[in-house]
Design a binder for this molecule. Structure first.
Ligand SMILES: C[S@@+](CC[C@H](N)C(=O)[O-])C[C@H]1O[C@@H](n2cnc3c(N)ncnc32)[C@H](O)[C@@H]1O
Length: 248
């Protein structure tokens, strides 16, 4: 694992966050835990604090499993190209979706990128426990917007990465996707949370937002409602869709 510079510089973590972490390290990762989410929101008030969230164990989004709807999509015979070649999962967190791609037919390698070295260490440990080759599932600590990948990707998967970003970064997200995906390559967007709530993360998204960010450089091949989701999300009111886009 290599480390690149986080953008912008991280704010110093507060004493309060450290205390909260010490008290609740074991419980803050639990799904639907309101204390975990509000503490995460406090930690992310300033941009650039995702590393702190991982350092403090504030990961209430972490399902410790790959996305159920992605598993079905990759297993279906309809789009075999979605597992082929060089694959990137930006903001991959614990790396579960990277492990899934790496074990899929035709994958040259799957690269997980996240700002947090702690997340990358966790993803590598789990990869080794699953006996997945380090060449097949690679992890890098770095910033999606500036990391010099040195290649274009055949497939990129976004799951709860766009919704984690400040909405002011959305246009850059769209531009960067167009820049790093090879012509004819694919972008899989797990559209979540489809909602109009205020604040975040997760910041509310809509199909129209995705269309406006991607439709110039990508053709939308299909979009469908997510029928299989994480158990904790079945209690939420957010919409979820899966879409596949082809780079023009
Ligand atoms: C809500 S989490 C989702 C993690 C993972 N996709 C999952 O579903 O478990 C968002 C992740 O994006 C990472 N992140 C935020 N900004 C980033 C950036 N500019 N470059 C790379 N990773 C980033 C955070 O560290 C965090 O792990």
């Amino acid at each position: 694992m290599t480390t690149a510079t986080e953008r912008p510089a991280i704010s110093p973590q507060t004493q309060r966050q450290t205390e909260i972490s010490a008290m609740t390290q074991d419980t803050l990762h639990h799904q639907n835990d309101p204390v975990a989410w509000s503490t995460l929101h406090e930690a992310l008030v300033r941009p650039g604090t995702w590393k702190n969230a991982w350092d403090l164990g504030l990961t209430p989004w972490d399902h410790a499993a790959s996305t159920p709807a992605l598993r079905s999509l990759l297993a279906s015979p309809e789009y075999p190209e979605l597992t082929k070649g060089k694959i990137l999962v930006p903001g991959c967190g614990g790396g579960y979706d990277v492990h899934l791609f790496a074990q899929s037919p035709g994958c040259e390698y799957a690269l997980g990128l996240d700002l947090s070295p702690v997340a990358m260490q966790k993803a590598e440990k789990l990869r080794d426990e699953k006996s997945i080759s380090p060449q097949k599932a690679q992890f890098l600590a770095g910033d999606f917007f500036v990391h010099p990948f040195g290649t274009k990707f055949d497939v990129v998967y976004d799951h709860t990465f766009l919704c984690a970003l400040q909405p002011t970064l959305r246009k850059d997200w769209g531009k960067r996707m167009a820049e790093i995906i090879a012509p004819g390559g694919h972008l899989i967007t797990y559209m979540y949370p489809l909602s109009d709530h205020e604040g975040g993360p997760p910041f509310a998204l809509s199909v129209e937002v995705y269309d406006s960010l991607l439709s110039t450089e990508f053709e939308k091949l299909f979009m469908e409602d997510v029928l299989e989701t994480f158990e904790s999300r079945t209690r939420q009111e957010y919409g979820e869709k899966l879409a596949v886009w082809k780079r023009k």
